[in-house]
Design a protein around this ligand. Structure first.
Ligand SMILES: Cc1cc2nc3c(=O)[nH]c(=O)nc-3n(C[C@H](O)[C@H](O)[C@H](O)COP(=O)(O)OP(=O)(O)OC[C@H]3O[C@@H](n4cnc5c(N)ncnc54)[C@H](O)[C@@H]3O)c2cc1C
Length: 500
């Protein structure tokens, strides 16, 4: 039986970060991945020679001193990840479809405030107050500062109030409210279900700067894979834990893999969906309360996506690599409600990609969608779904394409649709529980699964633990990594690697 210091389950950005933190701290690590390839949502795919991203398109925090910049510095990979900052002035465009009204929202908090005050001069006080509150929450959150990383967020009053309530107290302007709550698309929870504190923690990075990364998520995957070779991190794909055996004193002694191999370790860290963790844990060691808690977690939104590119040779001088959010309505609660049947929100991510000596103007779209939308086919697998499923996808693609043309009439006749993906596609390719984009729904008052599990050598990290998005997912690994390598070693690790 092979023995490791740590086994990390799942090789998305959380699992890769966790493995590197442990490896860099002289631990012998086995990284287990169920898919044939590592990377999870960070993986890229190529169709017709064009690169498309799966679950990583843009991020905040990559500016010097930003939280992602710092995490990459600590991992010694900052120089290998090249940010491409979006045009500061029109990083985010919001289009209210009914009135065909466009709002350009830049990044940089001072600039955003100025721009919003230009659009809504009578709401100046509300705008100031909103951003003051966001900044206050982040200042009060120790885990936003890697030096102070305690364990979790401190509970503050803003954890007990919803985003919706805060906005309703600040303004009655439905457009401003929509613009301030629209980043909910980046974590997939309705404004009346998310705490103002968690909304602020997730949005602050995107308010400060918005960047893509050269080479997309694959740049991270390649960098981590190369770095693992410098440390005792062994990557094993196509494998997962089938059974936890020899439980004594609340510790698991043997980890039996799907291949029949058996391994042992001091700690095993799961970075997968909490409900998938629950399936592996031996039930007799779990309390009813624990099982009920994990079972009650709801899903964040998933997406229906269309992947397209402008025809080669079509010169579009004004093609901005940016994020365009098309909204049929001001009510973000309704637009993120699985029961909503009317026109949906639609996010377009426009980017310029280079591959095989060619340049492509790529448009990927993301429309909130849920397992309920594809209920009829939920027991089928990618590659063997019936014709009606293809009809469903074709209809969605047609509607999406028309909405793109309505917003950008110049693309009509010049846009090549390359592929599409439903919630089921994401579920199957990413081995995730339900096709949700961000794991569990981060609901106000909820107690997530993070850190030690009921069996003492098992831990939970990953996007559902703390906050979703690559920043939240990586932060969860820093927090859990710190409790494994212990505070003194962690502080040394930080000061050796963090160059501010
Ligand atoms: C369509 C979409 C768009 C997104 N866009 C952005 C964006 O632009 N910016 C951003 O910051 N975030 C974005 N996100 C969210 C972001 O991708 C995630 O929050 C983050 O990547 C999650 O990382 P993770 O490691 O926790 O999980 P994952 O990336 O889901 O990785 C989990 C890994 O575990 C593996 N696995 C599952 N079960 C097992 C098992 N039993 N044993 C072994 N391995 C297993 C999976 O195959 C997978 O590789 C997006 C997500 C989606 C789906």
């Amino acid at each position: 039986m092979k023995k490791y210091d740590d086994i990390v389950v799942g090789s998305g950005i959380s699992g890769m970060t966790m493995s590197l933190i442990l490896g860099m701290n002289r631990r012998k690590v086995l990284l287990l991945e169920k898919s044939p390839h590592i990377g999870g949502s960070m993986a890229r795919f190529y169709k017709d020679g064009i690169p498309f991203d799966t679950g990583f398109h843009f991020t905040g925090g990559l500016h010097k001193g930003g939280i992602l910049y710092n995490m990459l510095s600590i991992l010694g990979i900052n120089d290998l990840i090249e940010p491409i900052f979006l045009s500061e002035d029109k990083a985010n465009v919001f289009i209210f479809e009914a009135e065909n009204k466009h709002y350009n929202v830049p990044y940089g908090i001072t600039k955003i405030k100025e721009r919003l005050k230009g659009y809504f001069p009578e709401e100046s006080a509300a705008i100031d107050s909103y951003f003051d509150k966001v900044k206050y929450v982040c200042e009060q959150t120790p885990s936003m500062n890697l030096h102070n990383l305690m364990s979790l967020h401190n509970h503050i009053n803003e954890d007990s109030v919803t985003l919706d309530k805060v906005l309703n107290e600040l303004t009655r302007n439905p457009v401003l409210k929509a613009l301030l709550s629209c980043f909910a698309m980046c974590y997939g929870v309705r404004p009346d279900e998310i705490s103002f504190a968690n909304h602020s923690r997730m949005c602050i990075g995107l308010y400060e700067s918005v960047a893509r990364v050269k080479g997309g998520g694959a740049a991270f995957v390649n960098t981590f894979r190369t770095k693992f070779k410098d440390y005792a991190v062994e990557v094993s794909s196509g494998k997962y834990i089938a059974e936890l055996a020899d439980v004594r004193d609340d510790r698991v002694g043997r980890f039996i893999l799907n291949t029949g191999e058996e391994v042992s370790c001091d700690n095993c860290i799961f970075t997968i969906h909490p409900k998938e963790i629950l399936k592996v844990l031996p039930q007799k060691y779990l309390s009813r309360a624990f099982i009920d808690r994990v079972s009650s977690f709801e899903s964040s939104t998933g997406f229906f996506s269309v992947f397209a590119a402008l025809e080669q040779g079509y010169e579009e001088p004004d093609f901005d690599a940016n994020i365009v959010t098309i909204l049929p309505d001001y009510d973000i609660n309704q637009l993120l409600d699985p029961a909503h049947k009317g026109p949906s929100a639609l996010v377009l991510i426009k980017s310029i990609e280079h591959a095989g000596g060619k340049t492509y103007k790529v448009i990927s779209t993301f429309e909130p969608s849920y397992l309920e939308d594809v209920e009829a086919w939920k027991n089928t697998k990618t590659g063997s779904r019936p014709g009606e499923y293809q009809d469903y996808k074709n209809r969605k693609v047609e509607i999406t394409t028309e909405r793109i043309f309505k917003a950008f009439p110049q693309y009509r006749g010049r846009l090549k649709i390359i592929d599409s993906a439903s919630v089921l596609t994401f579920r199957d390719y990413l081995n995730n529980h339900d096709g949700s984009a961000y794991g569990i729904k981060q609901k106000i008052g909820q107690y997530n699964l993070v850190g030690k599990l009921p069996l003492r050598n098992l831990y939970a990290a990953g996007q559902s633990s703390l906050l979703p998005g690559i920043i939240g997912a990586m932060m969860s690994s820093f927090i859990v990594g710190r409790s494994i390598i212990k505070e003194e070693q962690y502080n040394k690790f930080l000061s050796q690697n963090l160059c501010n």
